[in-house]
Design a protein around this ligand. Structure first.
Ligand code: DHB
Ligand code: MG
Length: 594
């Protein structure tokens, strides 16, 4: 149920992503024209084992009439499982037909089920659904299983049902590993929602939500569980998007989680540890070739620049900020084309990305040039692993710099890229698992076309990447842009330079400055200078923040930021102003009430 498609399509996607096996979800079989024997051979042909059949519902704690019907239903399903060659059945705790809460009745009836299953060489994994009528916790399920004391009956542990109830996963320490017959993993965002709807619509793959699934897996392994780790993710988006893509996302999640769990257990048999990206090595743009970007970069003081010895790309440098302008691959929608992340070890970072299901993109490389590898981010941007500039393998040496001017910027402060709503969970996992970034903040920015969800990620070396999800109705509408934020000590001076050289900046309404004055009581002269140049301002206990945006150059905005003291944010309060201004420019409006 993690995937969209028919049973055949799901199996193909699961196999292509690299999984060993799958849980067969009854509705997928019932709606399929494949016979059980067909499913069995199809799975075998794809190299997949059917690890579990599920769900078997509402068996226990019922009255005698219902029990007779349930035993009949169970026998049929056990026969079916024999045809399929599946040896574990998932039994969910009763959510519907239980007539009382008595453990005695549950133990009695689970014993009947265990003996029926054992007769056919099948085991039952009993799972407490968080919304179960009387059995809703894993410790309760385990207490019943222990009393039944039958080798064909154990528990299924599902991280969702345990963590959604706020239960300390340490409860697992009381269950012997061999009595856990199956382990299902799901992460979820923290929501204030009833558990059933939370579970059926909002699960995500481990690493994409708010829980610590690596800890959960480490615990399950520590108590001796050696069965499959299976992803059971009910999610409205995954159920309607490409199954191949979702399966790859799922595979990455499982490998990353397993690797992190092994790390916690002090074992090196997991995946390579993340090569945490240290610094933004470069940003590559492929603008339309009308020279506007070059004019803006010149005005901004990127006076140190030059061409690549062999390729149609230019490098613009200022301090640690390096921009590459690709003259060969200009496109109509010229967004951020590539980001280069400096890593300790390019080969190790590449191996890890490969293990996590990425493909290394083909790249034009000549002898004697630095080795960089690239993979594709969920929004299509190319993500390069680059050697550190100090490493002696600096790719920038391949450029012939023709100018050596003053250094206005110290670094790339952050980048903001657009991300489709369908892939925002995948994107979070991508940046966390491949580059070692972690979520700093998530917010909703009100804009003229709806709320823009913004997810800010941060790396240990100070790299900041924010992803903006464009509102649905705004799809295909102009007024959105990626942005590149450059850090400087003096926004005002740059504002003057931009104004002198005629580079357009984003218009800012006067109402904004009246509001700033009300909120911050700025010195009138300072406020007036902000207003004159369209500078945005924010302040909190840790410091001050000044921002200035160019008008979009193709689909990229250059932002100039000045952080004073320890201000850590991105001027979130100013983001609606930027959205409104971009919309105004995109619709050809002029920034005046007259
Ligand atoms: O939502 C459900 O009904 C359901 C079914 C089977 C499971 O393993 C589960 O965790 C939930
Ligand atoms: Mg489950």
């Amino acid at each position: 149920m993690c995937l969209s498609g028919t049973l055949e399509e799901k199996l193909a996607a699961i196999a292509a992503a690299g999984f060993d096996g799958f849980e067969l979800f009854e509705p997928d079989l019932v709606t399929s024209w494949l016979s059980p024997a067909d499913v069995r051979s199809r799975a075998a042909d794809l190299g997949l084992s059917i690890e579990l059949y599920q769900p078997f519902r509402d068996f226990e704690q019922v009255d005698d009439d219902q029990l007779r019907a349930n035993v009949h239903r169970l026998r049929r399903k056990l026969d079916l499982m024999a045809e399929l060659g599946v040896s574990t059945l998932l039994m969910c705790s009763n959510v519907d037909t239980a007539v009382d809460d008595s453990d005695a009745r549950a133990v009695d009836q689970l014993g009947i089920a265990a003996r029926e299953a054992a007769d056919r060489g099948i085991s039952i994994a009993y799972e407490a659904l968080a919304w179960g009528r009387s059995v809703s916790t894993v410790d309760h399920a385990w207490a019943l299983v222990r009393q039944v004391d039958h080798p064909a009956l154990g528990v299924c542990v599902d991280s969702f049902h345990i963590l959604s109830r706020g239960t300390d996963p340490a409860v697992l320490d009381d269950i012997p590993g061999e009595k856990i017959l199956f382990c299902q993993l799901a992460d979820a965002p923290r929501l204030q929602l009833d558990v059933l709807n939370w579970s059926r619509h909002h699960r995500v793959f481990p690493g994409e939500g708010d829980w610590d699934l690596a800890d959960f897996v480490a615990r399950v392994i520590a108590i001796g569980y050696r069965g499959p780790l299976s992803l059971e993710v009910f999610n409205d988006t995954f159920r309607q998007t490409s199954p191949e893509r979702t399966a790859m996302d799922a595979y990455r999640s499982l490998v990353a989680t397993e690797g992190a769990a092994f790390e916690r257990l002090g074992s090196t048999s997991g995946e390579l540890p993340p090569d945490r990206a240290q610094r933004m090595g470069f940003i590559e743009l492929a603008p339309d070739s009308d020279g506007r970007l070059k004019a803006a970069l010149d005005a901004l003081g990127f006076e140190r620049h030059g061409a690549h010895r062999r390729k149609a790309v230019d490098l613009y440098e200022s301090g640690n900020a390096r921009l590459i302008v690709n003259r060969a691959e200009a496109g109509p929608r010229a967004r951020i084309r590539a980001l280069g992340f400096e890593v300790e070890d390019v080969a190790a970072a590449t191996d890890r990305a490969l293990a996590l299901g990425c493909e290394v993109l083909p790249r034009d490389h000549a002898d004697g040039e630095a080795i960089l590898n690239a993979v594709s981010a969920p929004n299509g941007a190319e993500i390069y692993f680059a050697p550190r500039a100090e490493s002696g393998f600096d790719w920038a040496a391949e450029f012939t710099l023709t100018n050596d001017g003053p250094q206005v910027f110290h670094e790339v402060d952050h980048v903001v890229m657009e991300q489709s709503w369908q892939r925002i969970d995948e994107a979070k996992l991508f940046y966390e698992s491949i580059l070692g970034l972690s979520v700093q903040a998530s917010s909703d920015v009100p804009g003229p076309d709806g709320l823009v969800r913004s997810l800010a990620l941060k790396g240990p070396g100070g790299i900041r990447v924010a992803l903006n999800v464009r509102p649905l109705e705004a799809a295909g509408r102009p007024g959105f842009a990626d942005h590149i934020a450059l850090g400087t000590d003096d926004v005002l001076r740059l504002a003057e330079r931009l104004a002198d050289s005629g580079v357009a900046t984003l218009p800012v309404p006067d109402n904004y400055y009246a509001d700033l004055d009300a909120r911050f009581r700025l010195e009138p002269e300072r406020l007036e200078r902000f207003r004159r140049f369209g500078i945005l301002y924010d302040r909190d206990d840790s410091g001050e923040f000044l921002q200035l945006f160019t008008a979009p150059i193709d689909d990229v905005v250059i932002e100039i930021v000045q952080r004073d003291r320890d201000y850590l944010g991105y001027g979130a309060a100013n983001a609606p102003i930027r959205l409104a201004a971009q919309r105004l420019l995109a619709s050809g409006g002029v920034a005046s009430a007259a």
